[in-house]
Design a protein around this ligand. Structure first.
Ligand SMILES: Nc1ncnc2c1ncn2[C@@H]1O[C@H](COP(=O)(O)OP(=O)(O)OP(=O)(O)O)[C@@H](O)[C@H]1O
Ligand SMILES: [Mg+2]
Length: 352
């Protein structure tokens, strides 16, 4: 009668689509129960902020009713300009002490008025070099921005229980499927439609994050601008179609290669910045999520430019999946787009 405590639906409101994942946990294993995606029109979300809430409410409702999902409790996430994630050093103190002083401590790291943000933190532990100091991950998100997301879920008749950050949800998904190796430095790179986020981790601790304001849309825009393609034609070209509006295949390939190279350079710049600011840590491997990571050309370009292995992440890798219910080829094809939603679906009510 009552929904189980574990019954929480993961919903990722991405700029290109709303993605839903529902899992069921038994003895530490997750089973796939539902998965669904509903595309959003361009400009529905800009810079991570909601422009057209009605469209998003509609998409969420369609997903829930289409899949007959009865659960009401939702874990969701935000990302973009209005979210700040910083690793900071503070004098060693307890969780309760930091809770009491976080507003004051955080002020200097946050480019917004402190009264306008929700603040959260996680104490990582004492600093290796100076044990009187401790490392803390500080997270701040603009209140009005978060409130807009909460409002669409309430409007859709749901209960947003847990507001996460995209890159933390990806970490969560990655931990379950691949696991972090102590002291190993890797980067999780989420290649989305409007943004690419870079998250460098040492072991399971995030040591550097950066958002790049470019993603799959950049590739479409180049094709539209230079070949006069419509949005739909550009989307088809990205997926490999070369039979479009009498344009020769070589021109399409050339433009895509250039645009991918630009995107890859941006990623390289972020990682170079990490290397320059970090004493001895070097990223040994990158793991790719997000729709754009479906492109083998993107994966290869990253591997070539960075000179380290680049592996596409399968967010369903360790899930128990009934093959009669879900087509494995379909799951392979859509997997990259569901990295955030899968990580969200693994959250439990009461998680911080
Ligand atoms: N095979 C493919 N090759 C290249 N691009 C692809 C492929 N499949 C999907 N994409 C692109 O991936 C993007 C969608 O990815 P994703 O669902 O991760 O984005 P999003 O979460 O909606 O966006 P964001 O996180 O930036 O708000 C689109 O730009 C789409 O064109
Ligand atoms: Mg996304």
């Amino acid at each position: 009668m009552f929904a189980s405590k574990k019954d929480i639906v993961g919903i990722d409101v991405g700029s290109s689509a709303v993605k839903l994942v529902r899992l069921r946990e038994s003895r530490g294993n997750f089973h796939l129960v539902n998965i669904g995606i509903m595309p959003l029109a361009p400009e529905t979300i800009v810079d991570g902020a909601i422009m057209d809430s009605t469209a998003i409410v509609g998409a969420i409702k369609n997903l829930m009713t289409g899949m007959k999902v009865k659960a009401k409790r939702v874990a969701t996430s935000v990302s973009g300009h209005s979210v700040i994630i910083r690793k900071i050093m503070l004098p060693v103190m307890t969780d309760a002490e930091l809770e009491a002083s976080i507003q004051w401590e955080a002020e200097q790291y946050i480019p917004f008025d402190i009264s306008e943000v929700n603040i959260d933190f996680q104490i990582i532990g004492p600093d290796v070099k100076d044990p009187s100091q401790m490392n803390v991950i500080l997270v701040a998100a603009k209140k009005d921005f978060v409130d807009d997301f909460v409002a669409v879920f309430i409007e859709a008749g749901l209960e947003p229980m847990l507001m996460d950050i995209d890159c933390f949800a990806v970490e969560n998904m990655f931990d379950y499927n691949y696991g972090f190796v102590e002291d190993e430095v890797v980067a999780l790179i989420d290649l989305g439609a409007s943004a690419t986020s870079v998250n460098v981790l040492k072991g399971e601790v995030s040591v550097f994050t950066r958002d790049i304001q470019a993603g799959g849309n950049l590739l479409s825009e180049e094709l539209q601008k230079r070949l006069g393609f419509s949005r739909e034609e550009a989307e088809r070209a990205k997926l490999g179609d070369r039979d479009i509006a009498n344009v020769d295949a070589d021109s399409i390939d050339e433009i895509l290669t250039d645009a991918i190279e630009n995107l890859v350079q941006e990623v390289q710049r972020s990682l170079d910045f990490f290397t320059a600011t970090s004493s001895e840590d070097r990223v040994s491997k990158v793991y790719l999520t997000g729709g754009v990571s479906s492109s083998e050309q993107v994966r290869e370009a990253l591997e070539t430019r960075l000179g380290i292995p680049a592996e596409r992440v399968n967010p369903f890798r360790n899930l128990t999946i009934n093959e009669k219910e879900f087509d494995s080829e379909y799951l392979d094809a859509i997997g990259p787009m569901f990295s955030v939603a899968t990580g969200l679906a693994m959250r439990k009510v009461g998680d911080k």
